[in-house]
Design a protein around this ligand. Structure first.
Ligand SMILES: [Zn+2]
Length: 315
């Protein structure tokens, strides 16, 4: 379930990249000299850099810099952050100092969901659950749709965000069926929470060999990106997943260590970690139980608590 990466995914329009470079260079003494040389060996103070320093990208940063995010305390819920952060700092990293993470769980509900909710409650952390409509409505993992629904209702009551992960988790190459399956999952979610309903693509964004034949969205780009664009729906991705659906309970410490290292790496890069885990599945070869995930989350949250890390909920 790896995210799309590589040159195709990271390509930035040439003009935007150059402008950013000028902006970054102008921020330090060596860079100032280089910029000054570039513009005719005059002092920066004598030169109005504003038009130079106002590319599309930077304009967004400037607006963001003046707009502090509201950040909630641990007991507050919803779409708000848990600390006061400046978005411009987040994007450039220089003065960013806090390790901040969000937990997200896909494919639920399942037999491990209730235990996971206990762990989250014990640590006072709220997460986002991207649910499969089938695992609520038909509940093949327990044969009791009423039980499935009551677990999801409990998650909602305890302040977790409930999102849509489609009804039946179709593969990326079945993109022609995505719109209907997405709406079907959304209908289940609508009976559980008011709109808006956040959405996450099954498998995230993938490379697909025979991509989207109807337009130009990039070579091997996941054709489902075009489908959700046509529906006006955003996909909530992650900064890392951990193949946790393959793990047993004894793998908990290794999973927690990987999660901790990832949050540290993100903080070093000046971005918040969005952790992708799984509290259930589609009943494939790994079944529906996720003991490794529950154990790993418990250990990770203990570690995060000890380090004073804060959490937030996506989106
Ligand atoms: Zn999934």
């Amino acid at each position: 379930m790896k995210a799309l990466s590589g040159p195709a995914a990271l390509a930035v329009p040439e003009i935007e990249r150059e402008s950013d470079e000028v902006r970054l260079l102008a921020r330090n003494p060596i860079g100032e000299q280089r910029v000054a040389e570039d513009i005719g060996r005059c002092w920066l103070d004598d030169f109005d850099l504003e038009p130079l320093l106002q590319p599309m990208h930077a304009r967004g940063h400037r607006q963001a810099a003046g707009r502090k995010r509201h950040v909630a305390g641990r007991r507050q819920r919803g779409w708000r952050r848990h600390r006061e952060l400046d978005e411009a700092q987040l994007l450039h990293g220089g003065e960013y100092s806090g390790a901040v993470f969000a937990l997200t769980f896909d494919d639920g509900p399942g037999p491990s969901t209730a235990e996971l909710l206990d762990v989250l409650r014990d640590f006072g952390v709220r997460a986002t659950f991207f649910l499969l409509g089938r695992n609520v409505e038909e509940a093949p993992w327990c044969g009791d749709p009423r039980r499935a629904r009551s677990i999801v209702e409990r998650a909602g009551r305890e302040g977790h965000v409930l999102g849509n992960h489609t009804y039946s988790h179709l593969r990326p190459d079945r993109w022609r069926e995505l719109a209907a399956d997405l709406r079907r999952g959304e209908a289940v979610l609508r009976s559980l929470r008011p709109s808006p309903i956040p959405f996450r693509l099954p498998y995230g964004i993938q490379r697909v060999e025979h991509g989207f034949p109807l337009g130009t969205i990039g070579e091997q780009m996941d054709p489902r990106v075009a489908v959700i664009a046509s529906m006006g729906i955003a996909h909530q991705h992650w900064t890392s997943d951990f193949d946790d659906w393959t793990l047993g309970a004894s793998d908990g410490p290794a999973l927690a260590a990987k999660m901790t290292a990832h949050v540290e790496q993100c903080a070093a890069a000046g971005i918040d970690a969005v952790i992708d885990l799984h509290d259930s599945g589609t009943g494939s070869s790994f079944g529906y139980e996720r003991p490794g995930t529950v154990a790993g989350v418990r250990l990770f949250l203990k570690e995060a608590q000890g380090r004073g890390w804060n959490s937030f909920t996506v989106p």
